[in-house]
Structures are given as C-alpha cells and as structure tokens.
Design a protein around this ligand. Structure first.
Ligand code: M6P
Ligand code: ZN
Length: 199
C-alpha cells in the first residue's frame, strides 16, 4: 500500500487565490464564445477579451475513486448584455458524482439543471454551503459588483462533460432586472438540437 501524503493549502480569503495552487486556469470571454444569449454584446466585448474567471486547482491528486479534488473559483463582476459573467458550466463525465460549493466572498448564484432540462437556482454569499447532487449540471454566476469567490470539493474521478451545455445551452440564464438578478428561461436552450431533429 502506498499512502498519498496529507496536504494543506492556504486559500487567501482576501481574494480567493491559492498561492500554492498546482494549476491555475484562466477563462476569458473568447473561451465562452456562444454561451451568452446576446451575441452582439458578446462580439463587441470579445475585442477586449475580458477575463471572466480563474480556477485555482489546489493539488495534483490521483484522479481516482476515493480521492477528493478541491479548488477555488474567482468570477469577475460584469455582464454580457443583461447576462452576468458566469462559468462555462458542466455535467460530470461520471454523472453520478456530486459536488460541494462553499461561498467565500461576493455574491452569486448556483444554477443547476437536470438532464431533462429542469432548472433550480441557489443564491450564494460568503458562508453558503451549496450541494450539487449527482446528475445535475451546474454553473455559477456572479450577480454582484465585486469578485464572487467560492471553494469547490468533488470526487477526483468526476471528470467533465462540457459538450452537453456547449451544444444545448443551459435551460435558465441569470439576467439583471430592475429589482436585481432574475433567472429566466433561455430562449436558445436546445435550439440547435431542435433544429437538427426537426430537419
Ligand atoms: C468549480 C468546480 C471546478 C470547475 C470550476 C469552473 O471550481 O466545479 O471543477 O472547473 O468551478 O467551472 P467550469 O469547469 O464549468 O468552467
Ligand atoms: Zn462539477
């Protein structure tokens, strides 16, 4: 038996960064092309290609059943048209794997979706522990005017399915309304799938 060594990483509460992170992924608007509803607003903004979020992956652990991975995500404040900056969103490649999010700073929304298109949303602030049950796709959105930061912990063999959301979109989107953020149906949800099945 070979034992993996116990580890501890410091999460800087001031900005959500993990200085000792094994990897930092940066997602700019061009990495999320086609995911926002307002394609004109997206095209105008993509010229400057703003940073949308960073993910700090704490440790390089075996991607095997039994291990847990943990990371922080820092989503910048901003909007594309009326829609708030957000993550790409994914289902787990092993769809029965769950995940836990813990809000560290700022304010946001966790959007969840079943494979048949039912949407739920959970507001998140510092101190919110939000559970992503097995089979639910998930995306986070920054609904505030400061960075939205949260810690995520998930089974190391969960993996990522980005393709389903890239193809179908998310059934709900979060837009700025007169009274604050609102979750509304995405008129483009499954538009490509519908077009190809009705052809
Ligand atoms: C959280 C976790 C990560 C994920 C990140 C960004 O930190 O769920 O696994 O990578 O959010 O989300 P996405 O992968 O959808 O861009
Ligand atoms: Zn996940």
């Amino acid at each position: 038996m070979t034992y993996v060594e116990p580890i501890a990483h410091q999460v800087r509460l001031a900005d959500g960064t993990i200085p000792s992170a094994h990897a930092v992924q940066e997602r700019r608007l061009s990495d999320l092309r086609g995911l926002f509803l307002d394609l004109e607003a997206e095209a105008a903004l993509v010229a400057h290609d703003p940073l949308i979020y960073r993910v700090y992956d704490a440790a390089d652990l075996p991607k095997e059943d039994g291990h847990l991975l943990f990371s922080t995500t820092v989503i910048e404040p901003g909007r594309v048209g009326d829609e708030y900056f957000m993550t790409k969103g994914h289902f787990h490649a092993r769809a029965d794997r769950a995940e836990l999010y813990y809000g560290l700073s700022g304010q946001g929304m966790l959007l969840l979706q079943t494979p048949d298109g039912r949407v739920e949303s959970l507001p998140m602030v510092a101190g919110t522990a939000a559970y992503v049950p097995p089979y639910w796709g998930h995306r986070t959105v920054n609904t505030g005017d400061a960075p939205f930061v949260f810690l995520a912990c998930y089974p190391a063999d969960a993996g990522y399915d980005y393709g389903t959301i890239a193809r179908d979109g998310f059934a709900g989107i979060v837009v700025a309304g007169a009274d604050g953020p609102r979750v509304v149906p995405n008129p483009r949800f499954r538009a490509a799938t519908r077009a190809s099945t009705s052809a």
